[in-house]
Design a protein. Sequence first.
Length: 317
Amino acid sequence: MSAVTTPPLIVGHRGSLYQELENTRGSFMACQGICHAIELDVFELPLDKTLVVFHGSGGDQTPGGLHNYMVDPKTTSIMDLTFAETQQLQFNTDFAELAAPADKVRQGQIPTLEQVLLDMKAIGMFVKIELKGPGTAKPVVELVDRLEMAHQVSFASFHHEEIAMVRQLRPQIDTEDGNYVYKTGALFDEVPEDFVERAMAVGASEIHLRYDTCSSDRVAAIHAAGLGSMAWFRGPIGMLKDATNNYWDVGNEDESCLETLIQTGVQQICTNRPNVLYDWLQTKQEAAADVVSMDLEQQQQQQSLEFRSPKGIAARS
């Protein structure tokens, strides 16, 4: 039996990106019945103030790039376009980060945040919103309020000033449990020594660590501070690089990788393969249930033998 008995909650990273094109309505809907939450990336387009769901090239520090993501883009960043112009973009089926089947990639369109939130509201799916673009905190909070979904979303960012803004805008405390009504997550790529203090300084509710920086000691420190924990996997290209070049003892979100991560005690896992994690956890739980059932049956058999044994009879005389 594993030391950690409570399974982590499953969060679909950009949805279920190996089944459907990442950060699309189809990708998020594919998480229904599998995930406890979905994670998505948000930008506000400066030209028309539309909030769109998109990741793009450029990494977490300079996201939103169209290079490689799109076929023959006319500009370098999604921030240069109106929403109507984004609908003319063609996703690149040859780009390894877009790991869904080619027909799904080819047909994909960038959705608005409002479209996705309404989809998730209808099915009761929790939404973890990563504030990717600059200045997204205020318009995203206002949209969430307009849709009456504060109880169904959280706000996260690598740029901690964005979640500090969420806390400044919405400092309300739930009188029943004493926690913030508007949940926020402090994202870390590399982890400084004072990561817990930094998260608490901006009023974070959770700390989100990259999977290979998520250790038992760090998770324990997060929980000791009264914060929630989540581990996140890199995108398909980053995970393939790690599995090929950096970590030879675990694979690309395989069983050994998942088991190592779960043993840290982390509460949530943001995964590129939510269906794989779901199936694996189900198998583990069924195996554990079988062990419990076998133990119970053996105990009952032993009790029956003791009842019929001379020792058992003597004990009753």
